[in-house]
Design a protein around this ligand. Structure first.
Ligand code: SF4
Ligand code: SF4
Ligand code: SF4
Length: 345
C-alpha cells in the first residue's frame, strides 16, 4: 500500500496529436537493444483500434474482483519498430519514391488508424487519446507476477518492474487490461513506463508532460490540495479514468473532449455534439454527461465576462503550475542515467 500517489491528468481538448510526448519518452528511456518497438507513451486517433491493435478487446484486469483472462499481444499487434526504405530512395531507387515506414502487419508502426475519423461528412470527427501506464492502485500486472518482480513504490505509488527478478514469464502482459507493459525479447524481461521516477525523485516532472506543446498533461499528487491533480480530480471533478470498469483503479485521468455541434442537412447547427457522447461514455463512464455540461457552463461564464478557476486551470497560462511540486528544470537536476541494464540475480 502506498502512502501517496502521483497521478497525471490529460486534457483531451488540447491534444494536437503531435507525438512530441512519444518521442520525448522514446529518446530518454527506450533506446536499449530489444526496445525498438516499445512506445511507453502512445497517442492514437479515436475512435480507432489503438495500440496495441484492438487492445480494448484483449481482456485482463478484474471483473467482480476476480482476475479476468487476457490476451498477450504479439509484436505485430504492438507495431514493430519502423524500418524505412532508405535503400530505394537514397541509393539507386526510383527518385520519385518517398520514404515510407513499414511497421508490421497493421502498417505504420504503432500509430494504428492515424487521423482516421468516424461519422459522415460534414459530421465526421476524431480526437487524440494519449496513453501511458496508469500506475494503477490495484495493478493487475503486479498481481499476476509469480516472481514478485513488479512493485509499487510506497512513497508515490509508481509501479516498476525489477528486471533482476523478472524471468520473462509474461503473465503481466496478459493481465494488464491497458496492454501497457512490453517485453524485451533480447533481454527476456518485461519493461514499461517508469513515470520518469529518476526525474520525479529530483523534483522534475515527467518528460512527456514537460515537452508537451499542447499543455495537455498535469502532474502531481492526488492528495496535494495546492496541486492541479487534486483540483481537477477531486475539487472540480472534471477528470475521469479510462475504462474504470477494468478494475485496476488507474491513476491517469482524462478531461473528455467537447466538440462542435452536428450540422443538419441544411448546414444549420443542431443541439447534438459532433463526437457522440455515448462513445465518450464507453471510454470514461457515465459521469461524462455531467463533466461535459460543467465544461460548457464554465466556458459560457468566461465568454460572458465572468471568472472561472476551472477554465484558468485548464488553459494553463502559468505553464509550471501544471506540474505541482515537480517544477524543477531538468538542467538543474543530476543527469538522468539511461534505464539501467538488467542485473543478473
Ligand atoms: Fe500494471 Fe497495466 Fe496498470 Fe500499468 S496500466 S500498473 S502495466 S496494470
Ligand atoms: Fe515515458 Fe516518463 Fe511519460 Fe512514462 S511518464 S510515458 S516513462 S516520459
Ligand atoms: Fe502532442 Fe501533448 Fe498531445 Fe502528446 S499529449 S500528442 S505532446 S499535444
Amino acid at each position: 500500500m502506498s502512502t501517496r500517489q502521483v497521478a497525471m491528468v490529460m486534457d483531451l481538448n488540447k491534444c494536437l496529436g503531435c507525438q512530441t510526448c512519444t518521442v520525448a519518452c522514446k529518446t530518454l528511456w527506450t533506446r536499449r537493444e530489444g526496445m525498438g518497438h516499445m512506445l511507453w507513451n502512445t497517442v492514437n486517433t479515436q475512435p480507432g483500434t489503438g495500440t496495441p491493435h484492438g487492445w480494448e478487446t484483449m481482456g485482463g484486469g478484474f471483473a467482480d474482483g476476480e482476475a479476468r483472462p487476457g490476451h498477450r499481444p504479439a509484436l505485430d499487434e504492438y507495431g514493430r519498430d519502423w524500418a524505412f526504405n532508405h535503400q530505394d530512395v537514397f541509393f539507386g531507387g526510383d527518385s520519385k519514391e518517398r520514404l515510407v515506414p513499414n511497421g508490421g502487419a497493421y502498417g505504420k508502426g504503432a500509430n494504428h488508424d492515424e487521423d482516421t475519423g468516424a461519422g459522415e461528412y460534414p459530421n465526421s470527427y476524431y480526437f487524440y487519446l494519449p496513453r501511458i501506464c496508469n500506475h494503477c492502485t490495484h495493478p493487475a500486472c503486479l498481481e499476476a507476477c509469480p516472481r514478485q518482480a513488479i512493485g509499487k513504490r510506497e512513497e508515490d505509488g509508481i509501479v516498476l518492474v525489477d528486471e533482476g527478478r523478472c524471468k520473462g514469464y509474461r503473465f503481466c502482459q496478459e493481465a494488464c487490461p491497458y496492454k501497457k507493459i512490453y517485453f524485451n525479447e533480447e533481454e527476456g524481461v518485461a519493461q514499461k513506463c517508469i513515470f520518469c521516477f529518476p526525474r520525479i525523485d529530483q523534483g522534475v516532472t515527467t518528460a512527456c508532460s514537460r515537452q508537451c506543446p499542447g499543455r495537455v498533461r498535469f502532474v502531481g499528487y492526488l492528495d496535494d490540495p495546492a496541486g492541479p491533480i487534486h483540483k481537477l480530480v477531486n475539487v472540480h471533478q472534471v477528470a475521469l479514468p479510462l475504462h474504470a470498469e477494468y478494475g485496476t483503479q488507474p491513476n491517469v485521468y482524462y478531461v473528455p473532449p467537447l466538440s462542435p455541434p452536428k450540422l443538419d442537412p441544411d448546414g444549420n447547427p443542431t443541439d447534438e455534439p459532433r463526437i457522440p457522447t455515448e462513445y465518450l461514455v464507453s471510454l470514461f463512464g457515465a459521469r461524462v454527461h455531467e463533466v461535459l455540461a460543467k465544461l460548457e457552463a464554465e466556458r459560457a461564464r468566461v465568454r460572458d465576462g465572468g471568472e472561472s478557476e476551472l477554465m484558468d486551470l485548464l488553459i494553463s497560462r502559468k505553464w509550471l503550475d501544471m506540474f505541482g511540486p515537480f517544477t524543477r528544470h531538468p538542467r538543474e537536476a543530476q543527469p538522468v542515467h539511461f534505464h539501467p541494464k538488467r542485473q543478473p540475480t
